[in-house]
Design a protein around this ligand. Sequence first.
Ligand code: GDP
Length: 440
Amino acid sequence: MFDSLSDKLDKAFHVLKGHGQITEVNVAETLKEVRRALVDADVNFKTAKEFTNTVKEKALGQNVLKSLKPNQLMVKIVKDELTEMMGGDAEGIDLSGNPSVILMSGLQGSGKTTFSGKLANFLKTKKTKKPLLVACDVYRPAAIDQLHVVGEQIGVEVFSNKEEKNPVAIAEAAIAHAKQNGHNVVILDTAGRLAVDEVMMNEISDIYKAVQPQETLFVVDAMTGQDAVNTAKAFNNVLDFDGVILTKLDGDTRGGAAISIKSVVNKPIKFIGTGEKMDAIDVFYPSRMADRILGMGDVVSLVERAQEQYDEEEARKIQKKIAKDRFGFDDFLKQIQQVKKMGSMKDLMGMIPGAGKMMKNMDIDDDAFKHIEAMIHSMTPLERENPTRINASRKKRISKGSGTTVQEVNQLLKQFTQMSKMMKMMQGGGGKKMMEMMKN
Ligand code: GDP
């Protein structure tokens, strides 16, 4: 799904690679590429432009944390904006009526009948509802038969009347039937046409007025890109529907409809269809879709955690101490705690692009920190400040206090000395440099 868009966005973020910070110039270049990627994905130009303008504002207003790279931050900003543009939070459907009436509309071939079946199946299994499917297409007997086939497949009753030529009468009779037989959801599958025309609109409006559905859903084929968006817009101008169903997303390589329908029509996508089978239905989650489009969920989580946890002020203090050779065990402890706050070592390493595979088979022991912390806690403040004071008898005391061996204390002191040297060598080191090293 959306492979070429993901690739192009990835290339756009590469523009920022190697840059230390986000500037007007490099951000403009990146966003030109992002815009091009969106237009290639069949997002209309105006929407793409608005999108990149918002991203630009956000990017320039953001303080790039020293622990992050500009391209990583940009991925996160684009992800958030994509999510927002696709609707923010997931929108459910209203099932409060008794029965709740759901009116399905859409062009012929959009996947309306298939989706009606999928939705009935979804409600039956996930929400333990008792749905009734209703064939309101009075023009094509084959459409009625198709709904019966679907109903049989999923074990849901189908209401139809081939003799009746008035769809409103069928819908009303179906609702009465539902009430009598304990169906709490009624799904009306209506006739589709080749284009949104007057006859179709009048018919659906008549049904709408007569039955006052809880939900009116407009079904569009994602593979038709901007056409899908335009059709939804035309339809919405006449009948103020509640949400969009985006079908055939499994065959959509571009993604334009998914990305822009909400911002153009101002109606949320509620469900997506991802195949011909009855279980190929998903609630539409804008955030998950944005992750799929970017294909970089791991980078986004890394940025989020770093933004939440990384204390820049603390890092600066530590840098100063290193420069003055005053880095002690208390600082070391703080560093460990900082790393620990960000999650387990293995998780953290796994999130770094490229490092995941490498780290998979390595045994990173989070418990190792426990011993180190215990040893540091057993030191006196003076010892922590100046580890060279720690002689043989002090080592014995520390090992006793922390439940470790003298050997382990020796090892810690050795590691600490080496690390201090290394940090000094790295100039301006501290946590920041350590993280930089981890990222490269
Ligand atoms: P309707 O005329 O709007 O009722 O459309 P149908 O439900 O008859 O669907 C038209 C065609 O699209 C059928 O061949 C369906 O199997 C197919 N279809 C529907 N939804 C999906 C989907 O999510 N993915 C794929 N790949 N095919 C779908």
